[in-house]
Design a protein around this ligand. Sequence first.
Ligand code: SF4
Length: 401
Amino acid sequence: MGDKTKIEWTDATWNPIRGCSRVSEGCRNCYAETVANRFSGEGQPYEGLIARGGQWNGKITVVDHVMDQPLRWRRPRRVFVNSMSDLFHENVHDQVIDRVFAVMALAPNHTFQVLTKRPERMLDYFFRVSPQRIANAAPSRVSLERCASLLEEICSRWPLPNVWLGVSVEDQTTADERIPILLQTPAAVRWISAEPLLGPIDLEHIQWPGKHKVDVLRRGAWDLPGWVQGFTNHSDLEGLDWVVVGGESGSDARPMNPDWVRTARDQCEAAGTPFLFKQWGEWAPAEFPAWPENADYMTEAGTGHYFDDRQWMERIGKKKAGRLLDGRTWDQYPASVFDPTFDPAEKSKGPLTADPCQNGAPGRSRTSDLLVRSQNDSAEESTTCAGAGNKKRPDSAHNIN
Ligand code: SF4
């Protein structure tokens, strides 16, 4: 189950959590919600997760028998975490997220691709989580001895090198809201999925909370020539490691202007950031049809769409539309995919403290201009590595939904 997927940028999906709720325009035609609707009847996997109108109702269920699924996969693979939910949904309990991270820590042969539309919750989680807590949340069949060594591994390899954290964005507004928070979250690889792309995004001028804009592709070189207004120095932060762009699919799919894709591609190329073009979706660029015979063709609800910049799009279906951009595929990945020599510690992870086990909760950020939190938000548990083998893991960690 879940071992095969048609998603271009991953090899497998892993869904230990089910359920969600909409947060922005990118959710309007949520694919997961459509699938869940089909299987929401009595006794079916998504029973109780869909409201009467057909939308997610915000309830979450944990699928216990799927939780340790990656530990049974031998061949290394890229694993998309929670394609049918959002790991950082407000109703997913911290202890459930701990369990997911424990499995990811126990499966260093796989690369886990986490994607969320809720980066505030993600950052908040990283403020409070500790290696001890993650080790305690390992599946019950994992021995206490293994948990002790796991704790040591987490302490020495944090952020986990096989976990990529990403945000899903659909336009400039959501990019401005979510990317700065992602950049303050500790991660070996930080990425965005701009799918469905519903408007242009300028990754060289992302609005940082406050007054200024930053270039989120150039790893801290925010003070580019020509920036008169909004100069700032975020040299303690890293930029994006990977950018994925795609158009929308499904019966109500909205068209994506090719120039939005080209802008992202060109900016990534100029900055040396890996870029992957996933798909056009239902709509593909086409030659403008004969005029005026086809005038009634120009309706967004129909099979043609005309963008203001005179770009003509035709609804030809996802398969036919394909994924060529300017005559070729774009399938670039961050260097760390299955690279045993990849060590995130060698990268300057600005927001991180040097040693998560000595300096409080892993991922405590030196910058705090995004989220203001009280002193009480410190780590819930000691982050010392000592004595892990003597601790009994709470069974309750396996009964939370
Ligand atoms: S966050 Fe993702 S899974 Fe949840 S409603 Fe939006 S698109 Fe669907």
